[in-house]
Design a protein around this ligand. Sequence first.
Ligand code: 3HC
Length: 303
Amino acid sequence: RSKRPAGAPDRKLARPVTKVGVVGAGLMAGQLALLFARQLKVPVVLTDIDQARVNKGVNYVHAEVDKLLARKRISADAANRTKALVSGSVSKEAFADADFVIEAVFEELNVKKQVFAELEAVVSEDCILATNTSSLSVTAMAADLKHPERLVGFHFFNPVAVMPLLEIVRAPHTDDAVLATAFDLARTLKKTGVLVKDAAAFVVNRILLRLMGEVTAAFDEGTPADVADTALKPMGLPMTPFTLLAMVGLPVAQHVQESLHAAFGDRFPVSANLHKLIDNGVKGLWEEGPDGSRSIPESTLSL
Ligand code: 3HC
């Protein structure tokens, strides 16, 4: 019998999850849809604001499944089954019979609150709502819900398929059955669920951002991104800082920096250049070549 994770309620309270909804069809949402379909083996529906985004999300999942198949990580049967489980819709009505809906939309409190208000109008009484927020307050997200007891923080890390940790966040009203279901889902998804306090950026991003804050401060002072990355390469990090920033996405990184700065002040600087890069529409610091190699675009270096 495996040990109950610290703070997790009795597993017997966990409710079955037979259909999952994912709000947003961006990179994080696509990774979540793939994980749920592959490991939980239940129908997963993705929604976004228009059909093009929805198609992109579903196509991403199909392409990732094809990659797994090509690398013989899954059987042809499992690949077909996983693809068939994932569908998309522009309407949140598609969540009417879902038991668990997770949002992975833009990191802005009001956007997330709006999503949850819309969800409460369509989901069933027992449907659990989850947020994959990187740094925002789950308590604040629950504040205007009709049923705040159904909201839980469920925070994954990039790349979702391989990062083992899952931060589970209890808001003041989160029901024990909801929390027990979150821990049960974590097990089924083969993730290590840990209960973390609802504090700015929770635990992992808070620690990680102390390093990233210094890296981006050096960048702001004129150290080019490739110099910082080359300098840190022999330090044993699984991924150099700017590669990690590019993978996570600059807007997300900036939101995490801002949340931590708001909570803890100068210990967590907000990079002026990340802001500029985002304003200039630069989504990632690295450009990927056809052979998978990565290089830093000129525009990034000549700020
Ligand atoms: N998607 C799916 N699978 C991936 C992947 C991706 N993007 N990148 C790598 N993998 C898989 C590979 O296919 C391989 O799987 P296999 O063993 O079945 O073949 C496995 O991961 C190992 O990959 P590699 O051998 O190619 O490369 P590495 O040994 O360098 O590991 C890594 C890759 C696990 C991504 C490693 O570089 C790493 O741990 N990087 C740090 C990631 C990190 O810190 N993430 C947290 C970011 S913060 C965050 O996400 C929070 C958010 O709120 C901002």
